[in-house]
Design a protein around this ligand. Sequence first.
Ligand code: NAD
Length: 470
Amino acid sequence: MNLHDLPQGALASALALQREAFARDPMPSAAVRRERLDRLTRLLKDNQQAICEAICADFGHRAHTETRLIEIFPSLEAVRYARRKLAGWMKPARRHTSLWFLPGRSEVRYQPLGVVGIIVPWNYPLYLAIGPLVGALAAGNRALIKMSEFGPNFGALFARLIREAFPPDLVSVVLGGAEVAAEFSALPFDHLLFTGSTPVGRIVMAAAAKNLTPVTLELGGKSPAIVAPGFDITTAAQRIGFGKTMNGGQTCIAPDYVLLPRGQEEAFIAAMRAFAQKLYGDAASPDYASVAHERHYARLRALLDEARAMGARIEPLLADGAISGRKLAPVVLLGGTPQMRLMQEEIFGPILPVIPYDTLDEAIAYVNERDRPLALYVFDDQRSRIESLLDRTASGGVTVNDCILHIAQDDIPFGGVGPSGIGRYHGPEGFKTFSQQRSVFRQSAWNASAILHPPFGKPLAERLIKLMLR
Ligand code: NAD
C-alpha cells in the first residue's frame, strides 16, 4: 500500500490491517523471518542504481558511490547479520531461579510486539528505514514506515519497492508532510522508532505517550571530537575531516566540533585543508554532496554569517570552484563564542568549530557541561588516558581514533543518551527493543510452597521462614 493522498482514516486502516495479520501469525518461525529479510536483500541488490539516482535527485547532488558506501552497504550488512543471528536471538534464555523456588525454572522468551512504526529522516533515507526495519522483522513484527517529506524521489521509490516486495499487511510505506507525520505518531503502535531532530522527538514522544506506545528516539546533538595532547595532528585532521565532509556534513554522528590542544589550531587547519583538497579538489567535485534542501542551506549560511559578524575566523577548506546549487564548501571556524548559534545548536553541515584547550580536564569539562551527545570521538595513543576519557564522559556511542565507524558495527547497540536519544537498536539490542521480553516461571510438579500457606504458625513453616529471613 502506498498512502499518498491520504483519505480519512487511511493510516488507522493500514495499522488495523497489520494488526489483524499479526493476530493470525503472532510468532513467525526463524525460517519465515529469514525469508522476509531475504526480500530486503533482493530489494537492495536489485535496485542500487535507482536508489542512488533518487537520493542524488533529492539532495541536489550526492555521489552514487557515496550512497553505495554509506547507505546500501550498511543496510546489506545489517540484513546479513540479523539473518545469521536471529535463530540464536529467538531462543528462550534460561535464567537463575532462587533456591526457594527450585525445582521450578525461570526463563525469558522473546515475543514479537506486533506492529512497529518507523519514522525516517531525509539524511540517510535508506539506511535509517532499513536498519529499524531489519530489527522489527527479525523480531517477528510487522511495520509501517513514514518517509521524510524532504526526500520525495526516494520516498516514492522506496514505497514502490516495498509494495513490490511485501504485502501491505506485513510492511508498508507512508508518504506525506508534517501533518501526516503527526497523525502517524499518534497511532497506537506496539512500538514507535523515530529518527530525527530532538525538538520533533519531543513532539513524537508526547503523541506516543497518549497511547502508552513505547518509543525509541534516535535523535541528534553536538557530537564532540577530542584530540589528546601528543596525538598526530595530521591523522586527527584527516579522520575528522572525513567524518565531517561525508554526506556534506549531514550525518547525525558527524563530529560537530573539535577540542584541540592550544597551539595546534593552524597545523590542524592546514592538514585538514590539504586532506579535503586531496579528496575533493574543490567544492564543485561530483564526490562532494550538496546540502539537501533549501531551508537547511539557508540555515547553515545564516549560522556562518552570524558567527562571522560576531568575530569568528572562518577558514574555507576548499575553493568554491564552479559551485552551483546548494553545495557549501567545508569550513573550519575559530573564535567561536557561546553566543553564536552554531556553538549552541547541532550544526548538521560542513562547518567545524575548533576549540583550543589548555588541559584535558578543561576539554572534558567542556563536553560534560553540555547535553550528553550522540557520539564522542577520542583521538589518543595512551591507553590509560583513553580509558579515563571514556569513564569521565558520557555519549550514546564512541569511536576511538576515528569517526563514525561505531555505527557500522552490527553487534553493538546504537542510540543516544539523554537529549540525544532514548533506547537503542542494531544487533541483539535491536532484536530485544522490538521484542516483548516475557518472563516465564515454570512451577514443578513437586514443590514446597504449600508448607507456607495459612494457617500460619506451624512449626515447620516457622523454621523455614526463619531460614528465609536469615
Ligand atoms: P526532523 O525531526 O525534522 O524530521 C524527521 C521525521 O519526522 C520526518 O519524517 C518528518 O516527516 C517527521 N516529522 C516532522 N514533524 C513531525 C511531527 N510533528 N510528528 C511526527 N513526525 C514528524 O529531522 P530531519 O531534519 O529529517 O533529520 C535531521 C535530524 O535528525 C538531525 O537532528 C539529526 O541529528 C537527526 N538524526 C539522527 C539520527 C540517529 O540515528 N540518531 C540519524 C539521522 C538523523
